[in-house]
Design a protein around this ligand. Sequence first.
Ligand code: FAD
Length: 287
Amino acid sequence: MPAPFEYHAARSVREAVELLERYGSEAKVLAGGQSLLPLMNLGLVQPAVIVDINSIPDLDYVRSVDGTIAIGALTRHATLEHDAVLRDRCPLLAEALALIGDRQVRNRGTIGGSLSHADPVAEIPTVATCLDAVMHAEGPAGGRDIPAREFFESYLTTSLQPAELLTEIRFPQTNGGGVSFKELVRRKGDFAIVAAAAVVELAQDGTCTEARLALAGVAPTPVRADTASLRGQKLSDDVLRAVAARACEGIEPESDVMASADYRRSMAPVFARRALAEAADRARVHP
Ligand code: FAD
């Protein structure tokens, strides 16, 4: 049973921000409830005030804007999973969404909730880190854009201020090439033990022109790996294995009930290589 709380259903972004400003760190935003409510039921989070944003119109959309895909924070995972524009222009996110939990979780969970919750092994924050997504938040002083590298600060911690509401997320549109999201799970739909998201673009002659890699489960936030050395190279198995190994040098994963730090340390380069290799294979088919 959650502790008693005061409930407010905000009807606009402005009203939500006013409520968050009034109640400060006593308040919590309620979106899909798929992370907040389990934590409240376990007594791990005990907000005095809930600000429900589900009645706010116009926070549920996918739009193509100036070379980006703009997504409203209240858009459900299931809506995004089946969105044709997203599949076509941001296939890495579409692929990762299908790996989240089960259908019930995806029917309620929202993209804004997943990013704000900032679980270090969650799929959407990993994709946001890989693609340099930009989060837009509204607060008492107006709106501001927050790049992914400044958004995720630590385990379950973002740079959002208590009175700020995440309203929109913008992902760059994919410009050809191949993508891949690989994760190590015990059972389908589990949170990942480690995960890797990759994007590879190739020139006509097979030379790499762009490569991106993000890792999850290796630090308190998703981590962007340095793949600059791949540009200008032909992506043989040996080259990809070496880059994946280098990307995981110095990672400091933690042990938890799911896996030991040593297991994560040894599996991270395996999944990094698999993601890069699959992205490269797909780029060869659809350059
Ligand atoms: P909520 O639970 O409503 O909120 C989460 C947090 O974000 C709260 O602190 C809330 O105050 C804050 N918040 C929400 N929206 C905003 C906003 N717009 N602005 C500011 N703060 C906001 N996730 C995965 O990534 N991978 C999985 O494999 C996975 N498996 C799951 C399995 C189960 C059984 C369950 C119950 C959940 C699972 N999840 C998984 C979590 C799921 O993806 C959640 O949907 C997501 O983490 C939170 O989204 P939500 O909309 O439910 O947010």
